[in-house]
Design a protein around this ligand. Structure first.
Ligand code: MTE
Ligand code: MO
Length: 535
């Protein structure tokens, strides 16, 4: 830059617009990066594009697709980006009027992004993270970039004040300040623009690894894996609206893990090492596993953090190799009582050796509901153990099993105050009516699920308004490792009501009404729902 041009450097409309565009682009870049690196799916911009397609009348979409061919999506995204550029330029000019003036625009855009991201699926708030990161970037970006411009304008205003005003500054000072502001603006703009390009690239690189694994996964054909066939009596004879489906589709399956970025493992690169107190170590590849006989089973997974009435449980058809078979081949030392499992991302859990070697179907699962495991649920291989809470058994992305003794190990959650031994507790839940529902008087059907893996449920009872326990009808799945659906038809007067549920397992144990928190080894208590009957 030439140091001694005797010329004021004014901020123009264009400079403010540029600040708006750079701040805006930075927000798009960070949200894209976060979406790529972390979620799984499209960036908010693409989500908005999909929303546009959805709300556009079908005929228009058809015609566009016909004219534009395969370019329709990229062109749509390009169109949105151009529109955004214009909007961002405008936010820059708004910022010139008042520092807060762009905020409503950003908020509206973020709201649109949030709607677009959340509408297609009922997934959790985690999908909002990219939107929020983008919004935060916009706010910080616009304040940061317009600050030098604002200083420059202030210098100008002070020069225009009468010479006797104490705030007046002379032409030299103005020029000095403006040059400094301009330099700050150029440097900041370059930093923000360059920084967001780098962030976007890094996000993309992380994401592309994931996409590659996703592609591999989609193309996998798993011999021996069969499609789930729901057993005849596993569902209630009469469907009840609002009742949890007996099979949980993978998309709706609860997800609990400590991974911010889920591990993406190419099946070819996957190894499982079985070692520790064994006669011979085993090192297994994915193909080794697939070459064995697969066992398939219905198993309901349950999280220890599930509160009474909560929904951290899901039922699926799992296909895999029995862990017992592998441990027998390795030759387990008689003094061992535990297996320390480790996932590719370093999470650990300690599983009782008996649960892996008795006759239950503890599996190294490769498939869920007839498909290769979804990445979020442990692709390519996870452990599934009927009857134990997930945190002591259901290792996703499992890569290491060390046969050992509980007295010698500490695992991720047990080092934080959760119990070392955690069999699933007998539980039952009311799905219908939902808490606070208003229902019509005629023919009220209550329904829900109950579980006691691996013992099985013998009976479910409900009690209305503190009255006596009455038996519910219970479906009969062909295994004790899953939940059961139950329903009960009741006669109720108009007004407010309260219903409780309790289950009895196949040993005759009746579910306790004593309320206990989820920590350290799972909640207990009867699920209670309040509802009102309209006349
Ligand atoms: N690698 C890994 N595996 C894990 C966890 C984890 O944090 N990391 N969480 C466990 C817990 S607490 C539960 S309840 C189940 C949940 O499995 P899901 O997400 O497939 O439903 O996974 C288990 N396996
Ligand atoms: Mo869990």
């Amino acid at each position: 830059m030439m140091p001694c041009q005797n010329r004021r450097v004014r901020t123009t409309r264009g400079t403010w617009s540029l600040a708006g565009i750079v701040a805006g682009a930075a927000g798009v870049a960070t949200s894209y990066a976060v979406a790529m690196a972390m979620t799984i799916r499209e960036s908010p911009v693409v989500a908005v594009g999909e929303l546009v397609v959805k709300v556009t009348p079908g005929a228009v979409v058809d015609r566009l697709v016909r004219y534009l061919g395969a370019l329709d999506k990229p062109l749509l995204v390009l169109g949105i980006l151009l529109l955004l550029t214009a909007l961002f330029a405008w936010t820059g000019r708004l910022a010139r009027r008042a520092w807060w003036a762009p905020i409503p625009v950003y908020a509206a855009l973020a709201a649109l992004g949030a709607v677009a991201v959340l509408l297609p699926r009922s997934t959790g708030t985690i999908d909002l993270v990219p939107v929020l990161v983008g919004l935060a970037t916009w706010l910080v970006g616009i304040l940061l970039l317009t600050d030098p411009l604002r200083r420059s304008e202030r210098a100008e205003q002070r020069a225009a004040l009468p010479a006797d005003d104490p705030r007046h500054i002379d032409a030299d000072q103005v020029e000095h300040r403006q040059r400094r502001s301009r330099r700050a603006f150029v440097v900041l703009t370059a930093l923000v623009a360059g920084g967001s390009a780098v962030v976007a690239l890094v996000g993309r690189t992380i994401g592309s690894g994931r996409r590659h694994v996703e592609e591999t996964r989609r193309l996998l054909r798993l011999p021996g894996v069969t499609e789930p066939q729901v057993p005849a009596r596993a569902r209630l004879p009469e469907p009840v609206e609002g009742l949890t489906p007996w099979v949980t589709p993978a998309e709706d399956f609860y997800r609990v893990d400590t991974a911010l970025v889920v591990p993406t493992i190419e099946p070819d690169a996957w190894r499982l090492r079985i070692h520790g107190m064994v006669e011979r170590e085993l090192l297994l590849t994915y193909d080794d596993l697939l070459a064995r006989d697969l066992t398939e089973a219905w198993v309901t997974l349950t999280c220890v953090s599930n509160p009474v009435g909560g929904d951290l449980a899901g039922n699926a058809w799992w296909s895999g190799v029995r862990v017992a078979e592998l441990l027998a081949e390795a030759g387990v030392h008689p003094d061992a009582d535990a297996v320390l499992q480790t996932s590719e991302d370093g999470w650990t859990c300690g599983t009782p050796l008996v649960a892996l070697t008795d006759n239950r179907d503890a599996l190294l699962a490769v498939a869920m509901n007839g498909q290769a495991l979804p990445i979020e649920h442990g692709f390519p291989v996870r452990t599934v153990v009927p009857g134990l809470y997930g945190y002591v058994s259901a290792t996703k992305w499992v890569v290491d099993m060390e046969v050992t003794r509980f007295s010698d190990i500490e695992a991720y959650w047990t080092s934080q105050g959760w119990a070392e031994q955690a069999p699933i507790k007998l539980a039952s839940r009311i799905d219908v009516p939902s808490q606070g529902a208003e229902v019509p008087a005629a023919d009220l059907v209550l329904a829900g699920v109950a579980w006691a893996q691996p013992t099985g449920i013998r009976a479910v009872e409900i009690a209305l308004d503190g009255g006596p326990w009455q038996p519910a009808e219970v479906a009969v799945p062909p295994t004790n490792d899953t939940w059961v659906q139950w329903s009960a038809r009741v006669d109720v007067e108009p007004g407010d009501h309260l219903v409780r549920v309790r289950a009895t397992d196949k040993f005759g144990l009746v579910q306790t009404g004593v309320e206990r928190d989820v920590r350290p080894d799972g909640a207990t208590g009867w699920h209670t729902v309040e509802f009102s009957v309209t006349s």
